[in-house]
Design a protein. Structure first.
Length: 275
């Protein structure tokens, strides 16, 4: 059984902090001694830029290259195109070319399994693989769900964000029933929360009381802070840019929650094996 856990980070509503979460959770896990690969599967390339690649469109090798090679049965080494980033995370970068690949995938054999073919090759090389998904209903997030073991859903306390959550859950159930029965939702992560407003407080509590009865909601809440946007502009994780700030503390708590989920899953598998 692979030691690696693959997590897709997705909400089909944009602007919920997916890329920021992949960046800071990835660095958080690396700070705990885990070997992490971050895969940017969003043609906007926000994660790639945040990890220090200022001009992703100038890259010769990206996820688009990898997925095209897989569809065309072209051989490549496991480390082909991977960038070693300064904060201890490896990156499979992305650029706008991935949009063209997505269009080509509709005519490909086993189109839902293209990303899984790559991820499965990398499992033995990493402890965690984090996939930053595009906010859409298209074939790219479906590929991520097929490749993943679980999903983390960043969500703002806004009505449009919660509608995006409803759409995501429909896609999740379709993939789980038809293609990847082991896929789980690790939890909903509330991001950019301003507890000074009654609106944020009431929606978060309402979601915990309703959705939380069926889906895990992380105890950690990521607070709103301009420091987060500043860190992205500086191409740094929040741990480097503002290590003593409230957002860094929140992402450290999220990291610990994710590690606890992994520990519980391993104990459950071990106990099942003894029966």
């Amino acid at each position: 059984m692979s030691k690696c856990k693959v997590i897709a980070v997705e909400n089909q509503k944009g602007g919920t902090g997916k890329s920021t979460t992949v960046l800071n959770l990835g660095v958080g896990l690396a700070r705990h001694g885990k070997k992490v690969l971050a895969i940017d599967a969003d043609p906007q390339a926000s994660l790639t830029i945040s990890l220090g690649i200022a001009r992703p469109d100038d890259l010769d090798i990206t996820l688009a290259t990898i997925m095209t090679d897989i569809m065309q049965d072209v051989e490549f080494d496991d480390d082909f195109g991977i960038i070693r980033c300064d904060e201890g995370v490896d990156l499979m970068p992305c650029n706008i070319e991935l949009s063209g690949v997505e269009s080509n995938m509709f005519n490909a054999m086993s189109r839902e399994f293209v990303l899984k073919a790559y991820v499965d090759r990398q499992r033995e090389n990493y402890d965690y693989i984090l996939i930053d998904c595009t906010p859409s209903l298209g074939i790219l997030p479906i590929n991520a769900f097929v490749a993943a073991d679980s999903i983390i859903v960043p969500s703002q306390p806004r009505i449009l964000s919660t509608k995006g959550l409803d759409l995501l859950l429909r896609s999740y159930h379709k993939v789980q029933r038809g293609i990847n029965p082991k896929l789980k939702i690790d939890g909903i992560l509330f991001t950019m929360i301003d507890y000074r407003t009654n609106n944020d407080k009431s929606i978060v509590q309402s979601m915990r009381d309703t959705v939380g009865q069926h889906i895990h909601v992380f105890n950690t809440v990521i607070p709103f802070s301009v420091r987060t946007a500043e860190s992205n502009v500086r191409c740094q994780s929040i741990f480097t840019y503002d290590k003593n700030g409230k957002v860094a503390q929140a992402y450290e708590e999220l990291t610990k929650e994710v590690l606890q989920i992994e520990s519980r899953e391993k104990n459950r598998s071990r106990n099942d094996g003894l029966r």
